[in-house]
Design a protein around this ligand. Structure first.
Ligand code: NAD
Length: 239
């Protein structure tokens, strides 16, 4: 494995996508012709889709939520915990995933930029709830404070991803950027690697197929994240 020289002074930013959770049994999204679990993205992952058919959207995310509780973090998620333990505050994991598996694996410095399946919030008063707090037997669970419909805490297409200021501040100091299991065509995340590289960061990619933004990758490892990350992280840690 040919990797760049990395020291404890480096700041590592990781960007993960649906691919890192594939080996846990969660389907990716681009791999199935742009459908997410047999649904069109427009129907289940846009504000317009929710307005048109909130019952369908709630059914979809309840299923995703219950599925996320049944699966477990895999060796890829776990390797990133080891990397964080080594680099501590010089480490940030930004994930596009909503399944909560990084946190369950033991990662702490995580930004879930596209939200999470584990919470929802009121469409009227914005009060936030964990899924455990709301009545999921209801077709569209109501807010316990104002009675208006709740919605999943997912950043849908056309909405602003969470914590972008923190992400851009971290990108400014990133010296090693690693992109894992993401197709490289959901923006703004797909552009982070280019921004990091423009600022002089070394870039590493781990993906089953060549991603669309592969021209920005200096060191590319093709294969499953769960196969590659344990040895890659070991190499970095002992570098
Ligand atoms: P994507 O589905 O568009 O792309 C997945 C990428 O991972 C592909 O390039 C594929 O080749 C690669 N891949 C598949 N299996 C892999 C493996 N075992 N190891 C390494 N790479 C593998 O995913 P995306 O780029 O993250 O964009 C999809 C959007 O849909 C995201 O915004 C995300 O929020 C959402 N989504 C989330 C989940 C989840 O939380 N697990 C699942 C599906 C979709």
């Amino acid at each position: 494995m040919n990797i760049p020289k990395i020291s404890e002074k480096d700041f590592i930013m990781i960007l993960t996508g649906a691919g890192i959770s594939a080996e846990s049994g969660i389907k990716t999204f681009r791999d199935s012709d742009g459908l997410w679990e047999n649904h069109r993205v427009e129907d289940v992952a846009t504000p317009e889709g929710f307005k048109k058919d909130p019952k369908l959207v709630w059914k979809f995310y309840k299923e995703r939520y219950f599925q996320s509780l049944e699966v477990s973090p895999n060796l890829g998620h776990i390797a990133l915990v080891d990397l964080e333990n080594k680099f501590q505050d010089n480490f940030l994991l930004v994930t596009q995933n909503v399944d909560g598996l990084h946190t369950r694996a033991g990662s702490h410095r995580v930004i879930e930029m596209h939200g999470t399946l584990l919470t929802c919030f009121c469409t009227k008063c914005s009060k936030k709830y964990t899924m455990k707090e709301v009545d999921l037997e209801e077709i569209i669970p109501p807010c316990l404070a104002c009675g208006k419909p709740l919605r999943p805490d997912i950043v849908w297409f056309g909405e602003m991803p969470y914590r972008m200021e923190e992400i851009y501040a971290a990108l400014d100091k990133t010296t090693v950027f690693m992109s894992i299991g993401t197709s490289g065509n959901v923006y703004p995340a797909a552009y982070f690697i280019a921004q990091a590289r423009q600022r002089g960061a070394k870039t590493i990619g781990v993906n089953l197929a060549e991603p669309e933004n592969s021209s920005y990758i200096d060191y590319f490892f093709q294969g499953k994240a769960g196969d590659i990350l344990p040895s890659l992280v070991n190499l970095i840690i002992s570098n």
